[in-house]
Ligand binder design. Structure first.
Ligand code: ZN
Length: 127
């Protein structure tokens, strides 16, 4: 699957964002080795600490469906300063399953950046 198609799927997921507190909608689309795509979006909560990022929603959906081998993930966010890089918690969660994951990041201004997970997170905990 081309990066542009995966980014488009992430934009579709972004529309389902539940972000009434930050107003910062994020979408993610995770491509697995089997060829399936799992979508995720950020889901916030009135008690902020319960909020969950789009990337981890997508990863946890995939794992809960029996998929543990991931090829790449696209992450999109609104127009912001630079692209939307996954937070440390999401990087650690992705690293658990896919150290060689390709991470495609884009924002609504058309900026785009592709990195490997190893570049973004070279020193994970416990792995
Ligand atoms: Zn995160």
């Amino acid at each position: 699957m081309q990066d542009t198609e995966l980014l488009q799927k992430a934009r579709e997921a972004q529309k389902n964002s539940y972000s009434p507190y930050s107003h910062f909608a994020v979408g993610a689309a995770l491509l697995t080795k089997s060829g399936r795509v799992y979508l995720g979006t950020n889901i916030e909560n009135a008690s902020y600490g319960l909020s969950l990022c789009a990337e981890r929603v997508a990863v946890f959906k995939a794992v809960s469906e029996g998929e543990k081998e991931f090829l790449k993930i696209a992450v999109v966010c609104p127009a912001s300063e630079g692209v939307c890089r996954p937070c440390g918690s999401c990087l650690q969660a992705m690293r658990e399953f896919a150290p060689d994951l390709t991470v495609i990041m884009a924002n609504a201004k058309g900026e785009q950046e592709t990195r490997t997970l190893r570049e973004l997170f070279p020193y994970p905990f416990g792995l």
